[in-house]
Design a protein around this ligand. Sequence first.
Ligand code: HEM
Length: 416
Amino acid sequence: MGTKTVSDYSMLDHATQSDPYEFYALLHEECPVYHMPETGFYMVTKYEDMRRVLKDTDIFTSDVRRTVGLQGDGNTNIYQEILADRGWSHVQTLQRTDPPEHTRYRKLLDRVFTAKRVRGMLPYIEDVTNELIDGWIDDGEVEFISKFAMPQPGIIIAEQLGLDRSQVGTFKKWADAMLATAIKPLTEAQIRATAEIELEAQHFFAKVFEDRRTNPTDDLMSGFVHAHGDDEEPLTMHELQNLMHQLITGGFETTQSALAHSMWLLLRHPELQTRLRDDPSLIKNFVEEALRFESPVQGLSRMTTQDVDIGGITIPANSMVVVRYGAANRDPDKFECPHQFDLDRKNAGAHIAFGMGAHFCVGAMLARQEMISAVTHIVRRMENIRLAKEMSDPVHDTSLFFLPIREMYLAFDKIT
Ligand code: HEM
């Protein structure tokens, strides 16, 4: 770690975002609740402090509307006006609400995202996984992100949302636009262009919702339209659109990143390829440890409703709090030798990569199944998987909250 101190790092630097772990280790030692000088946000990094923040939804609200986000007031208003004019402006649902309002949305969503539905999807997930691998296994090399990590979760969500497999590129364009405003500050021209793409998605979804209202099917879209009980209000079009936004922004980039990092771990620890092939029962723990070690959602935000002391620091009311899942998952007080990837780690599953408390990830079961299927078939069908080209430096695109890997060129030997 040399002689670097906390002030040598900034969470806004691309290099730190891509490889934040030395910074996290310093913060754990020196200031676990860190007042970011560049933004005024408070960053929470210890596992136990995160537990407190995530569980106390009265003091740490998910309704962060009143804080100025990455785009500032001006551009945020332009974006919302464009949607309001010709589509549906964003309303606060689910992830941006607190109990008891959150409970209503969550109840409706839990009725749609059941364990039974995910179990029923297993053969389909396996088919998509193998079909993608079939597309390139005979070549002995592949660009893994565009040919697997992106399309596997992309096809699965897109087909649940009423698109067909060939439209995964359109779906990705929509997902990128929906995420864009959360990743980095945009210019006004970029804001306008991004809003146009979201409008296109909204009008597509509106047609599917209208169709499912009169012609119910067994897909997720139909589930949302019909999720209310006889004595409950149906979700409005504004609410339905916002739930789509959350499923897409919450479920796509995250799983893509989880798959990309799983592969990167197999490259950095090639002995794991053999161990997992020889004993597939280890794959479940591999997936949990991968989620702990390289958490796809490194951080998200909350806002304080009153002054509060945490980790010996007073955070004033109305402050933005960055909950740093990626740091909590490397907390030495929770995970022994946290910066070591350990396939046999006993408490790997205690990670909070899917969050904790009321907002625990709706798609966790689906994402885990997608990861398990991917790793199972990759190690079963190929060996000696290696990098065909150096990873870019930094490895990840710039992002304050996620860990997006855009390229990974592999070579491998097909197992016959
Ligand atoms: C490895 C993949 C994934 C990771 C790491 C992940 C991570 C997370 C995290 C950390 C949260 C908590 C948010 C908070 O506390 O504010 C969350 C919530 C959520 N996730 Fe995921 N997620 C993944 C996959 C998915 C998938 C596949 C879907 C849907 C298809 C999904 C949909 C959601 C939704 C809708 C919420 C909000 C839940 C609520 O507020 O009650 N996620 N996810």
